[in-house]
Write a protein that binds this ligand. Structure first.
Ligand SMILES: Cc1cc2nc3c(=O)[nH]c(=O)nc-3n(C[C@H](O)[C@H](O)[C@H](O)COP(=O)(O)O)c2cc1C
Length: 270
């Protein structure tokens, strides 16, 4: 028996957990191993176990945190988030990626000097694009631009900058010959990136997936000594947050993103 999903526009993670818990108890009659305090407080769902509540809460609070304190990150914390990355699936279990953990001030500065001008160009276009908006919508995007500016201006102060690299030669890229941009190769590295970022949330570390450095990839490879044939796929500054860090996110719900049986059919319909 599968999960009994509610039909309706939006299901938050608390609702999903209630359903999951009901399924668990019906199929196993199991007692919970652990209770998430947020669940008890939030909806009286006192019997969620197996870390489900933590997992959903972590996923639903992973937002871009661009204001980072310079305080160093202990090696054991770095080791744990790297381990999380290593657990990610990859095509044929090849793990065709590497991550360079940059803590050296000179190398961080070199990366900042590549990233910041690209951000500036991007931000100019971004500000132009939002200039027609008004009120809260405009303010919201302005805050995003502001945090992006902060990150670009202070990138080298992040205690660690993680640069994920990937080796296409070690991937079976099944869409490589199609008449469109190939996407599949990323599937063997971005799950690792996401695992690492989720682990950052669990560790209280802020992080943001960035890619603007790719516009000047040869220089980045030169700075980091990345071998020929390898690509750089994400540059992730991490550190303890200046403000609250991870928190609520705004995303479209499943009703806007999922279809039933055929593309475009309403997910909530029959
Ligand atoms: C593929 C990808 C590339 C991104 N590149 C950048 C970037 O270069 N610079 C940046 O500040 N944020 C970057 N972001 C972060 C997004 O802007 C951010 O996740 C999005 O605006 C949603 O914001 P939120 O996660 O805070 O809700 C990138 C995110 C993704 C998934």
């Amino acid at each position: 028996m599968g999960l009994e999903y509610e039909k309706g526009p939006v299901m938050n993670w608390q609702t999903l957990l209630k359903l999951w818990n009901g399924r668990r108890q019906r199929s196993h009659g199991a007692e919970p191993d652990r209770v998430a305090s947020s669940q008890v407080a939030d909806g009286g769902v006192a019997d969620i176990g197996n870390g489900m509540a933590d997992l959903y809460e972590t996923m639903s609070t992973l937002r871009a945190v661009r204001r980072l304190r310079p305080d160093p990150i202990p090696d054991e914390v770095l080791e744990r988030i790297l381990q999380a990355a290593c657990w990610a699936p990859t095509g044929g279990n090849q793990q065709p990626w590497q991550v360079v953990v940059v803590t050296d001030p000179e190398i961080k500065l070199a990366l900042k000097n590549i990233y910041a001008p690209e951000w500036e160009k991007y931000a100019q276009k971004f500000l132009h694009n939002i200039s027609g908006l008004e009120g809260e919508a405009y303010e919201k995007w302005l805050r995003v631009a502001d945090s992006g500016n902060y990150l670009a201006e202070n990138l080298e102060k992040s205690p660690a900058i993680l640069v994920f690299c990937a080796n296409p030669a070690a991937m079976a890229i099944t869409d490589a010959k199609l008449d469109r941009v190939s996407m599949v190769g990323g599937g063997s590295v971005y799950p690792a990136v996401q695992n690492l970022m989720l682990a950052c949330v669990a560790e209280g570390l802020g992080c943001t997936l960035t890619t603007l450095h790719c516009l000047r990839e040869p220089e980045v490879k030169d700075v980091l000594g990345v071998p020929e044939g390898w690509a750089t796929v994400a540059l992730i500054p991490i550190g303890y947050p200046v403000g609250k860090g991870h928190g609520p996110i705004t995303r479209k719900p499943p009703s806007a993103m999922a279809s039933r049986n055929r593309f475009g059919n309403a997910w909530g319909g029959e």
